[in-house]
Design a protein around this ligand. Sequence first.
Ligand code: AKG
Ligand code: FE2
Length: 424
Amino acid sequence: MSPSAAPLHGSSPALSSEAFSDIPPFPIDIPTAPLLRISLRKLLEGDKEEEERCWRACCIVGFFYIDLRSGKAIKHKGAVEEANKVDVKWEDGVGDGGQADGESLLKHANELFEVMKEFFNLEVTEKQKYDFLEQGSYFGYKGYGAGIVDKAGMRDRNEFYNISKNSTLSLPGYSSLPEPAVLIPHNPLLARFTTTSHALCTLLLTLLSPRLGLPPNYLPTLHRLSALSGDQIRFVRTPPQPAEEAPKPALGAHTDFGSVTILFNRVGGLQVQLPHGVKPEFGGGMEMDDEAFRTWQSERFPGMDRWAYVRPLPGHAIVNLGDALALFSAGILRSNIHRVVPPPGAQGGCERFSLVYFSRPEDGVLLRALREGSVVDEVVKVREARGKWREEEAVRSEDWVLRRALGRRRVGGWLDSGGTEGGV
Ligand SMILES: O=C(O)CCC(=O)C(=O)O
Ligand SMILES: [Fe+2]
């Protein structure tokens, strides 16, 4: 369908029920990424068809929505359950990181949106006290424009606050960095969001492992909640861009370097670069053909190919896979390039917030193809036979995460921050 044949304005009931009430609607007349909506409830019920859809989404686009509404308790079994128990003292008892549920995750995320606003409303000079770049840490505050978005050294247009799982869960062996006073009362909430997000990551890793020819617990035991790792929460604030300026990315094209990312956003702006053969959606469900998409794209973003907005959906999180899973699976799982640009349509005037949970392999894990998985080994053998496989020296996760995270903070560090995205 060509763009002109689609309904350009107005809102269908289906779409308006999928809008955030306090935010101007996401326009219906722009192409969006056709991400699958995966039901957490169905995954928890062991629905095989839903597992298959989830697997395909992980391989083809590496991005999907997860519908968190009425996802009941997630209970992990055996070794993973044990490793996910952490000694966090809630007001109502000791935390059990093995359990979580979709409704709680949504509730924690909603509450953290308010906490995040409180933090970002602090004076810049106050927030800067928590920038630990000089101490060689990527946790804490990154000011507006303090990151680099491309090879040419262009500055980003957002603020971050990165909160380590090691610190929120007071894991033994980790010395926590100073924390702003406004966040201290919210530490139990931060810990709950960490454990509920992590439980969702564990569920997904449990489903992915056998598909790679590994036992179900294999990937989860490289990502135990109780182990030191680069897992973190991120708060992001992006102010609206002045209308008179040429549109600039707030966050440049990148892949995430961890394993699973759980993302909550409400205002558009996130874009995914669609893999070839994946057609964008248009006007909430209709497809746009390649030619129409190219025309649309070249008019709005000259020289930029195949970028499609991700429509934010209430009740859902956006899940994407990072470079660690692409490496572990020898490229079977996709770590897709994405970026954040000015929000579309009337949302262009909004301040934009995102809340992210990044799960990453434990510090001591080596980043290498997991050839002990028969499916991974098969793929590597085919590549070897074609002369297309190069064994890289395995790097410890802690060193890799540090290089990737800090690369984005230094002029000239852009290439260091790169991973499977190659020349981007
Ligand atoms: O803000 C967003 O929607 C995406 C953020 C993101 O990609 C990141 O923080 O890595
Ligand atoms: Fe990202």
